[in-house]
Design a protein around this ligand. Structure first.
Ligand SMILES: Cc1cc2nc3c(=O)[nH]c(=O)nc-3n(C[C@H](O)[C@H](O)[C@H](O)COP(=O)(O)OP(=O)(O)OC[C@H]3O[C@@H](n4cnc5c(N)ncnc54)[C@H](O)[C@@H]3O)c2cc1C
Length: 314
């Protein structure tokens, strides 16, 4: 049996890891130059920054085992169970579940999981059609592990899986990384911003990464991300001003970096953890459940298990 997984984010890599463990041959294809998808870390001004997902939470016992392995390897660490909420009423603390961070960046977790898998990067897939066929090559099963709109773009309208992907909006986010000369803030460590016209969240990248660097990552609202869709850099002054006002900062940034996430998260959840249609098309990702890192891992893992079970049964 041959399986092709399109998407080397956490869902696709978890799916491929599960299939490989079950002895199924699998290729993972991703158009990006690196694995990780929205668990995105890149070097900005000589330091790695998490400019996609901010942190992760752990509920599922099986995911907890994987996280335990990452922790032992020094790749993940508990960060904080108390975030701030900033809103019209001022600042308040918001206790919640433990948020986990990754000292080398969240992408390093996907890299670890991808170790030993056959991953082909810089490989954009253009068409997945009945058969299933990936850009003209036949496979037994094809998994699309990515946001719905990206999967819809690839999928031939003749494939029944397409019906499950239509009709749900996805929110956009601009992630603006801001580097300062000194840390003027303390005890942030991340804040949800309520009812703000520009920002939805600010995270202290130095705190979550553990090096104390004076670097913040601000996430905009969907409306601002859409307004600056064609030119994310143009949003930077508005974002920097909003950060300054919200945190009461005096100093100007030394540098900034803007990144657009057109499909950051779905507008509503799904109950189903994945879809596998009888014609051999599988759909996985954080869109299958409640959009978060753990959901992406679980969706890919459960779909991989289901595909492997089908092979054993067949
Ligand atoms: C700004 C932001 C903040 C977030 N904050 C958090 C948070 O704090 N906590 C949390 O738990 N989650 C957070 N998330 C969500 C989290 O990042 C996702 O749930 C998770 O990373 C999704 O993984 P995935 O594998 O489903 O999809 P993705 O990571 O999006 O992977 C999809 C992959 O498919 C590839 N691809 C797409 N089209 C093609 C094609 N045609 N050919 C080949 N490859 C293709 C892409 O390059 C990508 O690598 C955040 C996301 C964003 C954007």
């Amino acid at each position: 049996m041959s399986v092709v997984v399109v998407g080397a984010g956490l869902a696709g890599i978890a799916c491929a890891a599960e299939l490989t463990a079950a002895g199924v041959g699998v290729r993972v294809l991703d158009r990006a130059r690196r694995v990780g998808g929205r668990m995105a870390t890149k070097e900005i001004e000589g330091r790695e920054v998490d400019y996609g997902a901010a942190y992760f939470t752990v509920r599922d016992p099986e995911f907890a085992e994987v996280v335990g392995r990452w922790r032992t390897a020094g790749l993940a660490r508990p960060w904080t169970s108390e975030l701030a909420v900033l809103g019209p009423g001022g600042r308040r603390r918001s206790p919640g579940p433990m948020r986990w961070a990754a000292p080398h960046g969240l992408r390093s977790l996907v890299v670890e999981l991808a170790d030993g898998l056959r991953v082909e990067l810089d490989h954009e897939v253009c068409r997945v059609g009945p058969g299933p066929v990936v850009d003209g090559d036949r496979a037994d099963v094809v998994v699309l592990a990515m946001p719905d709109p990206q999967a819809l773009r690839l999928l031939d309208p003749a494939c029944p899986a397409g019906a499950a992907l239509r009709g749900r909006g996805w929110r956009a986010v601009l992630a603006v990384t801001v580097g300062y000369a000194t840390r003027e803030w303390s005890d942030l460590p991340a804040a949800f911003i309520n009812d703000h016209p520009v920002l939805s969240m600010i995270a202290d990248d130095g705190d979550r990464r553990g090096d104390g660097a004076p670097v913040l990552v601000a996430h905009t609202t969907d409306a601002v991300a859409r307004r600056y869709d064609q030119n994310p850099d143009a949003a930077v002054p508005e974002v920097v001003t909003a950060v300054r006002e919200l945190l009461g900062l005096q100093g100007d940034p030394e540098w900034t970096n803007a990144h657009r996430w057109r499909f950051a998260a779905p507008e509503c959840d799904r109950d189903q953890p994945f879809l596998l249609t009888p014609d051999g098309i599988g759909l996985a990702g954080d869109g299958w459940g409640s959009s978060r890192i753990e959901t992406a891992w679980r969706s890919g893992t459960l779909l991989g298990r289901e595909v492997a079970r089908g092979r054993l049964a067949g």
